[in-house]
Each structure stands twice: as C-alpha cells, then as structure tokens.
Design a protein around this ligand. Sequence first.
Ligand SMILES: [Fe+2]
Length: 206
Amino acid sequence: MERLLKQAEKIKDKDLRKRVIDLIRDMKLSNKEFQKYKAEAIEKAASVFAVGSSSLGPVERDVLNHTVTLSEFCSDAVKLFKQQYGLSLNEDYLLAGTILHDLMKAFEYNRDSSGDLEPTGIMLDHTMLAVAELYSRDFPEEVIHIVASHFGEGGPTPPRSFEALTLHYLDTLVSLIEYYHYGKLKLEKQFELLKRQKMQEAGEED
Ligand SMILES: [Fe+2]
C-alpha cells in the first residue's frame, strides 16, 4: 500500500489528494447492499487477463505493480507532452484517475486459503464500481471520466480528454507487456513442473 500512497502523495491539490488517499486507506463501498463484499488487500489484489488470439491463455496480473508502473508512465507522459508539444495535461487528474482506475478489482477477486484467485461474484465490474464510488464521494468529473473511459472507444464512455486518452493507451500498452511477460513465466513454470514430474516417473521406473 505504501507504494501506492507514495504515488498519491504526488497529487498537488490538497483536497483531491486527501480523497484519493482516504479511498486507498479505507476500501469500503458506500452502498449498503455492496458492503457484504470485502476488498482483497491491495498487495495481494490481482485479476485474470486474456488476449483473445494468444495461445498463452488466461494470465494473472497484480493490481499494485500495474498501477505504480502506469502512474510513473503517466507522469513522464505529462512532462514529454509539455516539453515536445507545449501541451498542458492536468497531472493531478491523470494521477488520481490512474491510481483509482483498477483499484476496485480488489472487490472482483479475493484470494482463497491457498492463495488462488476466486471471483467474489460481485455483479458490477471494477470500472462501474469505481465510477459509482467516485461519484458518491464527490470526485471531480474529469477524474471520474478518466476512470470511466479507461476501456477506450469500445467502452460505454469513450475517452474525451487528453488525460483520458493518455491513461487508456498507456494502460493498453502496459497490460499487453504484462500479459506476454507473465504468460511466458507461467509457461516456463509449467514446463519445469512437467520436467520434474517426468524425471520422478523415470526414477521410479528404474
Ligand atoms: Fe489498468
């Protein structure tokens, strides 16, 4: 959680920074109907991701590393866009949106006693949940838009600001890199297990 709080500390606007930090520290859903769902600890929160055409299949990826990577990336993008094009993006809005865009995945999956990811059965996805929660906590419209549109043009709220476009495309890039990186590690682990199993079987036969 400290790594995420460190990113949130970069938000210059005092009120927005406090709202973001309060939500990270106290992951509770305002709607009483939803309070039966408990958020997984942010350090253990993860989701399952698949790329349609890839034979790597579903791959698990964690929320914390993804969010911290993206926050750093977004801050660099703000600097570059200003330096190269004279374009001024609101870094506070972008950072807040980035930190919060996937946080509600902690309500979509919990870890069981063996550490495996279990869907909680919650009937709203993390984007809908985040938008509802940020709306009820009076977050600025610009931040809610960044979160709502992070799925891109194909989603119900297409990105309509430079901040929203930046998060959507960097999120897509980071997600794909993570998918192939974690997918490769998953395959290597499976291969190692299989090799060990075969060696054991061969040893038993001798
Ligand atoms: Fe994301």
